[in-house]
Write a protein that binds this ligand. Sequence first.
Ligand code: NAD
Length: 427
Amino acid sequence: MKLSVIGCGYVGLVSGVCFADAGHDVICIDNNPEKIFSLQNNKVPIYEPGLEELLLKNSINFTLNIGKEIENSDIILIAVGTPTSDSGEADLSQIFQCAEEIGNFINPGTLVIVKSTVPVGTCDEIEKIIHENSTHSDFTVVSNPEFLREGNAISDFVNPDRIVVGLKDNNKKDIILDLYSKIVGKDKILFTTRRSSELIKYASNSMLAMRIIFINEIADLCEKIGADVTDIAKGMGLDQRIGPHFLEPGPGFGGSCFPKDARALIESGKKFNAPQSLLESVIEGNEKRKKNISKKVLEKLDTKVEKEVGILGVTFKAETDDIREAPSLIVIPDLIKEGLNLSVYDPEGISEASKLIDNVAWKKSAYEVAENSNCIIILTDWQEFKDLDLEKLRNLMKRPLIYDFRNIFDPDSMKKLGFEYFSIGRE
Ligand code: NAD
């Protein structure tokens, strides 16, 4: 099948490469010249484990403009960004611009798949815009939201829990089954209406965000009453109705999806007069949590004399270079305002973070960060941090104080090693 993928970000590129690997004839389009230049030279412009190797195995064309290339496609897949706008709603300008451009070139019979996360009713809008810009109306718009996680994207794409497909009418089911036939069995595909499909994506991400904020607040309570959040999460997770996932406390959720999708769902609720009050508390609680991190650390430091602070991890989670809405973007400026000198290291995030964060010393390793520091703050749970030589780290620090917002070490072992060790929701 001939497939044009528009948008070469985390979702578009992974989809394009995985569909090519499944035997489809793929062309990937992005309006960012640097990305396309890099991809044409077989370099993946984002950090996603295994993606470059899979790209090299497959033959994919990369191009800058939506144009004649898409005319021969059986399927056009839209995977451009839908960031938060100033009002909190999803900013659909990238999507609508794509729809206009698609309208200019689309051939009769083409299926347009919307992989981007879009609010209810957006597929109707896309259909209208393509129609206004096209000489015919022989095309179909399908909602097919993506659920992959950055850092695990290829495995998630080729082994998904489910594929959700929202159709306006049933006559395009076969082409969807064909597209995914080498990736999943039919039983994994859930066909729904377009509106339900659009909402499934938002409801899923919002539910996960809610679990995170819930366990974070339980962790706060554990600290006050002397309970251990790890045991609480385990005890809860063994209940099959609850399950163990997304019950790890942390510094607050970030990334390109949870905060923006929860906000967009709140806005949809307002628009359709169905308030999403639980989610409003989730967003508020998450923002407060990120703001509280610096306060917690400052309680432990005598900032008149202890000014050297190290940060380990700037990305919103491990195994990605994505720093969108990462806790580090709040914590680092908050600590700088207090007059502290920050040394920062992240295995993959420095290039993106240094575009947004000033006035810190970027370091090449966790050990460089530790040198003469009065405190280290762990914000991301990279495996590299879990594998650190802790004795070496401790010996490099001026004061062996670690505040671990990812609970990556065992408190007793850390104390035995001579650290003043603080984590979340544990003694
Ligand atoms: P991204 O910002 O990484 O990539 C979007 C790409 O689209 C960019 O490279 C941009 O240059 C390109 N683009 C924008 N307008 C264009 C146009 N008119 N023509 C061609 N290219 C254009 O975004 P992403 O993280 O891949 O997310 C894409 C969508 O998928 C979003 O709606 C997001 O919510 C959703 N999603 C993301 C994830 C994730 O983990 N990142 C997971 C599931 C769903």
